[in-house]
Design a protein around this ligand. Structure first.
Ligand SMILES: [Zn+2]
Ligand SMILES: [Zn+2]
Length: 203
C-alpha cells in the first residue's frame, strides 16, 4: 500500500523502480561479457584474439585482472551509493556479482583473498571483500598496509613476512591505480606466491 503513495525509486537515478534499481541502470551494471575481453587485462577486444595489442607487446601488470563495473554513468553513481551507510544490501549484491564473475573467469581457486588497501572507500571495499570471502568460504587475510613515503605518495607493503610459496592469491581491489597494484604484486612475488589474480570492483 505504501508503494502506491511512495513508489520505490532507483538507488542510482531516482527513476521509479520495482526493486532497488530501475531496468535502465540494471542494464548498465550488468555483468561484463567475458568472451570479448582480453584474458590478461580485461580490455574489450574487437577481434577473436585472446589478448589485446597492449598485452601482446607489454602488459601494464604482470598478473591477470578483471573488473566488475564498466566506467559508465551508472557505475560511477554506484561508487558513491555503495559508500552510503544504509546500502549494505547493494554491497552484498556487488559481492555476489564478484563471485559470479570469478566463476565465469575460470581462475584457480585462491588459497588467500587479500584486499589492496587504499586511502578512500576503505570501509566499503572491506565490506564487499568480506562478503565475497564469506561466499567463497575462504579467509580474508590482512597482508598489506599503506606506508606514507612523502607528500601524496603512499606505498603498499606486506606487513606479514611469511612465505607464500605455491599459494594462489586473489587480490580484491576497488579501482586501484596500476602503480599500487604493481607494488602489491611485487610484494607477493617477493614472497614466492604461485599465481596472482586481481578482481576490481570498478575499472
Ligand atoms: Zn536507475
Ligand atoms: Zn590486455
Amino acid at each position: 500500500m505504501i508503494d502506491l503513495f511512495y513508489p520505490p525509486l532507483c538507488r542510482l537515478c531516482q527513476a521509479p523502480a520495482k526493486g532497488a534499481l530501475c531496468p535502465a541502470c540494471l542494464d548498465q551494471i550488468a555483468l561484463p561479457d567475458i568472451v570479448s575481453r582480453c584474458r590478461h587485462c580485461f580490455a574489450p577486444l574487437e577481434s577473436q584474439a585472446l589478448l589485446c595489442p597492449v598485452c601482446v607487446r607489454s602488459p601494464k601488470l604482470s598478473a591477470p585482472s578483471a573488473y566488475l563495473f564498466e566506467p559508465m554513468h551508472a557505475a560511477r553513481r554506484m561508487e558513491s551509493v555503495l559508500a552510503c551507510e544504509n546500502e549494505a544490501a547493494l554491497r552484498l549484491a556487488a559481492a555476489s556479482m564478484l563471485v559470479v564473475l570469478w566463476h565465469r573467469l575460470h581462475w584457480p581457486c585462491p588459497d588467500r583473498i587479500l584486499i589492496v588497501p587504499r586511502k578512500s572507500h576503505c570501509r566499503e571495499l572491506r565490506e564487499v571483500a568480506e562478503e565475497f570471502a564469506r561466499m567463497m568460504d575462504l579467509p580474508l587475510a590482512e597482508e598489506f598496509c599503506l606506508r606514507w613515503q612523502s607528500p601524496f605518495v603512499w606505498r603498499i607493503e606486506r606487513h606479514c613476512r611469511d612465505l607464500l610459496e605455491n599459494q594462489t592469491i586473489l587480490l580484491i581491489d576497488w579501482a586501484g591505480s596500476p602503480e599500487h597494484l604493481r607494488q602489491a604484486i611485487s610484494e607477493l612475488r617477493g614472497a614466492f606466491a604461485k599465481t596472482i589474480h586481481i578482481l576490481s570492483v570498478f575499472s
